[in-house]
Ligand binder design. Structure first.
Ligand SMILES: [Zn+2]
Ligand SMILES: [Zn+2]
Ligand SMILES: [Zn+2]
Length: 172
């Protein structure tokens, strides 16, 4: 099955602020925080890393693959190699600046981590391949139950929802 994953902004995601057009001010602020985070571990935000970060911030919710990120960074740094992008994404992942996503379409995709907040979940349509973001988290109760029944202290969870989006249900 060859699915191309496009992005659709659900109304809900826009309202909840998951999808927002970042202003220059917000972008600068975000970059400054990340720069400090790296600095604490004596890591530098080099111009190439900064350009990669910019692409991720400007394309939040698009769930870009490594190649797509590479193509966009190349606009600014024509000489940059794919290996550098790989290493940069690995570094950002190690610092929990980004989240690595697997939508079962043969590549990893990335999005910025939501600082302080629990990362939103993804709804994957099996027909059109669109990925929707879903921000409501109804799993707290389940985590409580697990703790109660198994004495296991859950600190995080990863969930993917598969099914059919509204449009695809109507055309079935
Ligand atoms: Zn997402
Ligand atoms: Zn669909
Ligand atoms: Zn959750």
């Amino acid at each position: 099955m060859n699915i191309t994953y496009n992005i659709l902004y659900t109304k809900k995601a826009i309202q909840s602020g998951v999808v927002s057009l970042v202003t220059d001010e917000e972008k600068k602020h975000k970059i400054r925080l990340i720069e400090e985070k790296l600095k604490e571990k004596e890591c530098k935000l080099t111009p190439q890393r900064r350009a990669t970060l910019n692409v991720l911030i400007e394309n939040q919710s698009k769930h870009l693959s490594t190649e797509e990120i590479y193509d966009l960074v190349k606009d600014k740094f024509p000489d940059i190699g794919l290996a550098t992008i790989y290493r940069t994404l690995q570094l950002f992942d190690d610092f929990d600046i980004i989240k690595k996503l697997n939508f079962n379409d043969g590549c990893y995709r990335y999005e910025l981590s939501e600082d302080q907040r629990h990362q939103h979940h993804h709804l994957l349509c099996l027909k059109c391949g669109n990925v929707y973001e879903f921000d409501d988290d109804l799993l707290d109760e389940l985590e409580h139950k697990i703790h109660k029944n198994s004495a296991f202290a859950v600190t995080d969870h990863m969930v993917k929802f598969f099914g059919y989006c509204k449009e695809c249900q109507n055309t079935k």
